[in-house]
Design a protein around this ligand. Structure first.
Ligand SMILES: *[C@@H]1O[C@H](CO)[C@@H](O)[C@H](O)[C@H]1NC(C)=O
Ligand SMILES: *[C@@H]1O[C@H](CO)[C@@H](O)[C@H](O)[C@H]1NC(C)=O
Ligand SMILES: *[C@@H]1O[C@H](CO)[C@@H](O)[C@H](O)[C@H]1NC(C)=O
Ligand SMILES: *[C@@H]1O[C@H](CO)[C@@H](O)[C@H](O)[C@H]1NC(C)=O
Ligand SMILES: *[C@@H]1O[C@H](CO)[C@@H](O)[C@H](O)[C@H]1NC(C)=O
Length: 227
């Protein structure tokens, strides 16, 4: 009796597993995956572009795309329809349609000169044929200002012939420039100096630019005789 029950439970489990497997396989064949960011950070004053596009080439056609913002009730921002074009519910946003030839691949929601109150969750609902509709969400976080964090502060001592790296991180999608005496050295987050000589001593400046804001941080590199 109990063996029978066990057997049946086993069969039921197997059936459920098979169904789950079928479900994931059929999604693999007919499914549509969307490219988007789960989280995005911006600084006050920046222009922001949120992508919602097909991840890979597919036979599915995009019928419509709706952008909305999650508030206590969903607020519609704009709509794209294959037949009727673009309709904006808010005039302070734009919807850019991405195409490959005549195939629509998706859209970008563009917010310009963002403010703190633009923070929130933006929802992209895409209706495709024949796969049906998909929804993705992007959380937009707006920072008041840019902070630069580095593994050293102020003065960096290095011995002649050694290498030195100043590792910094700041804002994603920002532009980094390292300069010394107004001469451009590098456009990466971190500064690397190899085989340091006396000529490398001096003041190095890291500038982080987000388009709307720019912040600088200075480092003094001193070169000691070889040990
Ligand atoms: C764009 O179209 C070309 C030609 O139809 C195709 O080979 C390519 O895969 C498409 N690219 C994307 C990203 O869909
Ligand atoms: C954009 O416009 C809508 C209404 O048209 C308004 O409610 C919203 O506050 C505006 N957003 C910004 C950032 O100005
Ligand atoms: C650099 O200075 C900041 C603020 O003065 C401090 O919070 C941070 O810990 C320092 N970092 C290092 C690597 O000393
Ligand atoms: C400095 O970096 C270069 C290039 O990566 C490497 O060949 C060299 O060994 C390094 N020198 C020291 C002292 O670490
Ligand atoms: C943001 O976009 C507007 C046009 O929509 C442009 O005039 C402005 O320079 C852009 N701002 C930044 C910081 O890129």
């Amino acid at each position: 009796m109990s063996i029978g029950t066990l057997k049946m439970t086993g069969n039921v489990l197997r059936m459920v597993l098979t169904l789950l497997l079928l479900a994931s396989i059929s999604q693999g064949i007919h499914g549509v995956e969307l490219f988007h960011y789960e989280k995005m950070k911006a600084v006050v004053g920046q222009n922001v572009s949120l992508p919602c596009t097909l991840k890979s080439a597919t036979d599915n056609k995009i019928v419509s795309i709706e952008w909305s913002k999650e508030t206590n009730k969903n607020t519609k921002l704009g709509l794209y329809s294959q037949f009727y074009g673009i309709h904006l519910f808010w005039q302070n946003i734009t919807i850019q349609i991405e195409k490959n030839g005549t195939d629509v691949l998706g859209s970008h929601l563009k917010l310009s000169d963002v403010k703190k109150w633009d923070e929130g969750i933006y929802v992209c609902d895409m209706a495709t044929f024949p796969a049906g509709s998909r929804q993705v969400k992007t959380q937009l976080i707006i920072k008041d200002d840019i902070k630069i964090t580095c593994d050293v502060n102020g003065t960096v001592e290095v011995h002649n012939g050694e290498n030195v790296t100043i590792r910094c991180t700041s804002f994603p999608n920002a532009q980094y420039t390292w300069t010394k005496n107004d001469e451009l050295l590098s456009e990466t987050e971190s500064l690397e100096l190899w085989w340091v000589t006396d000529a490398d001593a001096g003041v190095y400046t890291l500038t982080v630019n987000t388009g709307s804001k720019s912040v600088r941080k200075e480092f003094v590199v001193t070169v000691q005789p070889q040990v």
